[in-house]
Design a protein around this ligand. Structure first.
Ligand code: FAD
Length: 289
């Protein structure tokens, strides 16, 4: 199907991008990797009056740790960059485990983490990962004012985010770790490259075998990515053993809100959540941290 007619802008600065957005208001859509937006407009599920392609704007394609130990991911940082990053391999295991599980190489070459979170697909993997890490989105407006929005408040519904009209998400941010980070992302998919039937993001920040901060979030088992607050709290200040792991896995399974569909029954998906949380927390790396 052909998309409906739209005006196309490819600004070379953020200021020009804000001008285009101001001219079209809610009728303007940012194009980052285009991996979700283009299928939507081709299927006519979306019909923006103007597409503002940010790919020519320098300074948005970066992945760097700041002096305070936080990680900043620019709006044009592709899944592929994350997949190949030695910084993520060494310090952000849940992110490093996720990147190769997103779609296929073609989508990973173009798609972005920030675009994925803005898109707010309940089956998107990155929002769960950012929930588990306590991540934020940095939004900027035409006056250059930036505000940080925790991902837990940024994704407000299926395919809905809390950006205000005229704002662009310029980056995502992960706060510094409270100790050594360990974790993983486990994803059940019907075939390689598919969206998650169930995804479980686990991030632990530990010192001397004690969990300072636990992050557990679920993909594909609710109307949004789900942060398992009770399971997280059950682990805080504790060490990993059979009893704490079992309790956290049960609480995470209780937090899931799966539906019966072609991918599986409610009972099956809940059981996968339990199994994945238990498996992720029982890993050799988690036990060794
Ligand atoms: C075949 C296929 C399989 C896929 N499989 C998976 C998968 O397994 N797991 C997964 O998580 N994802 C999957 N995806 C989605 C993929 O990860 C997309 O790359 C991602 O959802 C969107 O990123 P993007 O940069 O392409 O955003 P775009 O498509 O450019 O934009 C998506 C939406 O976000 C908005 N947006 C983008 N960037 C900004 C910004 N900086 N500021 C404000 N708004 C912005 C756009 O206006 C649009 O509404 C798949 C996609 C395809 C086509």
């Amino acid at each position: 199907m052909y998309p409906s007619r739209f005006h196309y802008e490819a600004p070379s600065t953020l200021d020009e991008a804000f001008e285009a957005i101001e001219a079209y208001g809610d009728e303007a859509k940012i194009l980052a990797g285009g991996m979700s937006l283009i299928p939507l407009i081709k299927l006519r599920f979306a019909a923006p009056a103007c597409i503002v392609d940010i790919n020519n704007i320098p300074g948005l394609d970066y992945l760097e740790e700041e002096s305070d130990g936080s990680l900043r991911i620019g709006a044009l940082c592709r899944h592929r960059t994350l997949e190949r990053s030695s910084l993520l391999r060494n310090n952000y295991p849940v992110m490093f485990a996720t990147a190769p599980l997103i779609a296929d190489p073609m989508v990973r070459n173009r798609g972005t983490l920030v675009g994925s979170i803005c898109h707010a697909d309940p089956q998107g993997d990155w929002a769960s990962v950012m929930l588990s890490l306590g991540g934020e989105i940095i939004a900027r407006n035409a006056e250059g004012r930036e505000r940080s929005i925790p991902v837990s408040q940024f994704v407000v519904g299926p395919f809905q985010n809390s950006l205000q009209t005229g704002e662009i998400a310029v980056a995502a941010k992960v706060p510094p770790a409270r100790g050594t980070r360990t974790g993983t992302y486990l994803k059940l998919e019907r075939r390689v490259g598919d969206f998650a039937t169930v995804g479980v993001a686990i991030n632990l920040e530990m010192s001397g075998g004690t969990i300072n901060r636990a992050g557990i979030a679920l993909t594909g088992v609710g109307g949004n990515n789900i942060q398992c607050t009770s399971a997280e709290q059950s682990l805080a200040g504790k060490s990993l053993n059979a009893s704490t792991i079992d309790q956290a896995a049960r609480l995470a399974a209780d937090a899931a809100q799966p539906k019966n569909d072609v991918r599986g029954s409610i009972e099956y998906k809940r059981h996968i959540v339990y199994t994945f949380v238990q498996r992720g927390l029982s890993s050799r790396e988690a036990r060794a941290a």
